[in-house]
Unconditional design. Structure first.
Lengths: 246, 591
């Protein structure tokens, strides 16, 4: 399928087949796979291919997207069985001898095509108190050493795309589990030297639906498009519950 | 014709847009007035999150600095089209704006003493242009991401009410002429196709930019200027629309932004022969000249055959002399963009870059209280605008890097404060029974369209003509070509078809509606650019290469008069508005 067909400038283009998981609540049909052939450049992203389908073949194909370069977190989807951002996945980095399979992230109800109901995910995020809690009223900035700042740097990168949470087998079977993204955002404050409420958050996550559900499968770390060491962050929260923050 | 369900709400303050400006406003308004934030995206998807380099404030944490120097740089950077009273406020209130964010939890990079660290950025200088100054407060190269997250976190803390994935498509105004007042906004809910009428005593527009009128842009797909377009369709003016910023360092061919911080940290622009060409264009501050000058210099290198690459169509951003650990600590995200999208390793290879459409200096005219103006002086009571959609004007003809994250915080906050103040005493303007009629008609017309034109094709042709004719270099002929093309596209827009006829998550329908706004705004931009027959800041006319203060030291004010007219000259009324000058008389702009 990946035969090089022509040259435009220096960028080769290819014909690829995408199998996209379709579902429309208004047409009365079950979810199904539909295939599309599209001409793409080697540098195109899966998002470009989806746009080509939507703009040239089937306007009803529905997905979320915005920034198109991996910072807004709108377009997490399951591509060839792995959670990724469509705008950060280059076609040439996939096996172009095979069709590309695109389906919604798992564990959240499908609304239409690749769009899922994100509300349970956002609720879990809000439940961990994802905001700085501090009682002091400084006249200027609070001081924080570079080392203290570095302690939680990794988890500040989260863009709430849900790639981690919806790659987690525990979350698939138990939608009540807080999930990796909420724990990452709790971690971001638990280890911030300016925050005063880490005990409250640790208490929340010491719940039966909290960090102890994590089975350390590392799916979340693999899925994170921001390179956050998610599993490590969860382990650090577990440690903090057992022996205190350090 | 199916009629959508219509829901009604009443609030004191209604904020349209949940990016930096909208959420900063909400944090001020929420605790004091019944407040709703309506956004076409989930808040943290907003494009504030893509901003990288930093936020300017004369904290003087790492070297001597003053808000007065910052004001001067802002005025000069904007090529003297800046309203100087507004620039003073921006610079003066910047310090508190940064402290506010730190106190809210924003994880700024720190100095060895634990204070907020600062770095250099284009056009920011010590003592009126003597040398670059470290004024930009930052969090790695994801300062915008941190601002957006921190503001959303604080909105969650305050329990702000959000209506996400609601597309505001109309502003309901009641009254005649100068007595017109806002009453409500009408939003389309993506999930259901239902309409929602939000009555508000104060209404704040914080809807962001419209970079999608161009092909090569750093802007998100969703930045289609809906808010600015709504204001324009109400007969309210748009100010300085010809001034659009092209950021020098977009990833070549893609337009993805590589922060000016790369040059702030020591990165150098080179042409094909490896020459540091900015030495010829801005001998004193070289690669840290303002964006308009750097973008033009790059385009000129390419035009004169000194571009790099197989097609000689870009220049190179060289970071290879920086230690990898500095790159990792200060510029991690943008170097990853180079690796991911171009397969270039910035440790060892220079990165191909070319200017990318980035930021609208112009927009909805406001005063320093963020109140929207209906002409050069008259305030529309209860209507506010802040952020990229607004024109205060603190950016004039060219915005300095790190002044936009500042703008959203200073004027976002102000809009919230003044909107609450107004709502405390104002009465709700009664919402007419037919408030949603226009949106119902628009939605049904587009949904039922079965013509022969494709929205994506028209949008691409629009973006192509804007890149070709209204970019870094402009002429009377190129702008006329753009205007003719837009007139043709408008006609063809009447004959579009939308394939998705459903009510649930109908993004096909919304893309068609968004294209309507893009066409309106592109037309205003090309028209005002044609009428400004001089070169100033981001607006460069090859047929009028110099600044003409005698004639054009004024803001343009464009009004839509007759929606049905065929030629833009017949449907846009152009007026001019004086620039507010306090301390800095116009001088030649040299760096």
């Amino acid at each position: 399928m990946s035969a090089e067909t022509k040259k435009i400038g220096e960028i080769p283009s290819y014909k690829v087949t995408l199998f996209v998981r379709r579902f429309n609540p208004e047409d009365g049909q079950e979810a199904r796979w539909e295939d599309f052939d599209v001409e793409v450049f080697g540098t195109d992203r899966v998002l470009d291919a989806l746009h080509k389908i939507k703009w040239e073949q089937d306007g009803s194909l529905t997905f979320r997207r915005s920034c198109a370069h991996g910072v807004c977190g709108s377009d997490a989807m399951r591509i060839n069985g792995r959670n990724r951002l469509a705008c950060k996945t280059l076609i040439k980095d996939l096996d172009m001898s095979q069709p590309i399979y695109v389906e919604p992230i798992k564990g959240l109800a499908v609304e239409k095509d690749l769009v899922v109901d994100m509300n349970p995910f956002y609720q879990a995020y809000r439940d961990v108190k994802p905001f700085l809690i501090a009682s002091d009223k400084p006249a200027k900035e609070r001081l924080q050493s570079a080392e203290e700042r570095a302690r939680f740097d990794d988890t500040t990168k989260c863009i709430l795309c849900a790639a981690c949470t919806t790659s987690c087998p525990v979350f698939w079977t138990d939608g009540q589990y807080f999930g990796p993204a909420a724990i990452v955002n709790a971690h971001r404050f638990i280890f911030d030297s300016r925050d005063e409420a880490s005990e409250v958050r640790l208490e929340i996550l010491n719940d039966k639906e909290g960090v102890w559900r994590c089975r350390t499968t590392f799916n979340c770390t693999e899925a994170c498009p921001r390179g956050i060491e998610v599993t490590k962050a969860i382990a650090e929260v577990k440690q903090a519950i057992l022996v205190g923050r350090r | 014709m199916s009629t959508p369900k219509i829901h009604h709400y009443e609030y004191d303050v209604v904020i349209v847009g949940a990016g930096g400006a909208g959420m900063r406003a909400a944090i001020e308004a929420g605790p004091h007035a019944k407040t709703a934030v309506i956004s076409k995206l989930f808040p943290t998807r907003s494009h504030t999150g893509a901003a990288q380099g930093g936020m300017a404030a004369a904290l003087a944490n790492v070297e001597e600095d003053s808000w007065e120097w910052h004001t001067f740089d802002t005025v000069k950077g904007g090529d003297y089209l800046v309203d100087q009273d507004a620039a003073e406020i921006l610079a003066k209130e910047s310090v508190q704006a940064v402290i506010d964010l730190e106190n809210m939890g924003l994880p700024f990079n720190r100095t060895p003493e634990g204070k907020i660290d600062q770095r250099r950025f284009g056009g920011h200088t010590r003592d009126h242009g003597k040398a670059p100054v470290r004024r930009s407060c930052y969090a790695a190269d994801r300062t915008g991401h941190m601002i957006l997250q921190t503001l959303y976190q604080n909105c969650v803390k305050l329990g702000i009410e959000f209506y996400n994935e609601f597309y505001v498509l109309d502003l309901v105004m009641v009254g005649e002429g100068k007595n017109k007042k806002p009453s409500a906004v009408v939003a389309y809910e993506l999930a259901t196709g239902d309409l929602h009428v939000f009555a508000g005593k104060s209404i704040i527009f914080a809807t962001g930019g419209f970079g999608k009128i161009f092909k090569t842009t750093s802007n998100a797909h969703t930045l289609t200027g809906d808010g600015v377009g709504i204001i324009y369709r109400k007969g309210l003016p748009l100010e300085d629309m010809e001034f659009y910023q092209f950021h020098p360092t977009g990833l070549a061919g893609l337009g993805i932004l590589l922060s000016e911080a790369a040059r702030g940290e020591g990165g150098i622009l080179r042409n094909a022969s490896g020459e540091r060409f900015m030495e010829r264009y801005a001998p004193t501050i070289k690669d840290l000249a303002p964006r308009d000058m750097v973008a033009r210099a790059m385009a000129n290198e390419v035009r004169e055959g000194r571009g790099a690459g197989p097609n000689k169509d870009y220049v190179l951003l060289d970071l290879t002399h920086l230690p990898p650990e500095v790159i990792d600590a200060k510029l991690p995200d943008i170097t990853e963009f180079a690796r991911t999208y171009l397969g270039v390793e910035p440790y060892t290879e220079p990165v191909p870059v070319f200017p990318t459409a980035h930021y609208a200096m112009g927009g909805i005219p406001t005063n320093i209280k963020a109140e929207v103006l209906s002409d050069n002086n008259t305030v529309v009571p209860g209507l506010y605008a802040a952020g990229e959609c607004a024109c205060v004007s603190v950016h004039g003809a060219n915005r300095l890097g790190t002044n936009s994250l500042l703008d959203i915080n200073v004027f976002g906050k102000r809009s919230g404060i003044y909107a609450v103040e107004y709502a405390k005493t104002a009465k709700q303007v009664p919402v007419p029974a037919n408030a949603a009629d226009e949106v119902v008609a628009m939605i049904e017309k587009v949904r039922n369209s079965n013509g022969t034109e494709k929205v994506a094709v028209l949008r691409k042709e629009l973006q192509d003509t804007m890149d070709k004719n209204a970019q870094v270099y402009r002429t009377e002929d190129s702008l006329n070509e753009a205007l003719d093309k837009i007139a043709e596209l408008r006609k063809r827009y009447e004959n579009i078809s939308v394939q998705d006829k459903g009510t649930r998550f109908n993004t096909d329908l919304l893309e068609a509606i968004e294209l309507g706004f893009l066409l309106d705004l592109a037309e205003v931009l090309a028209f005002t650019a044609r009428e400004r027959r001089e070169s100033r800041g981001g607006h460069f006319r090859e047929d009028f290469e110099t600044r003409n203060d005698k004639k054009f030291m004024v803001h343009s004010m464009a009004y839509l008069t007759d929606k049905k007219a065929k030629k833009p000259a017949d449907n846009i009324k152009l007026d001019w508005k004086p620039v507010t000058i306090t301390n800095y008389p116009p001088m030649e702009r040299k760096y």
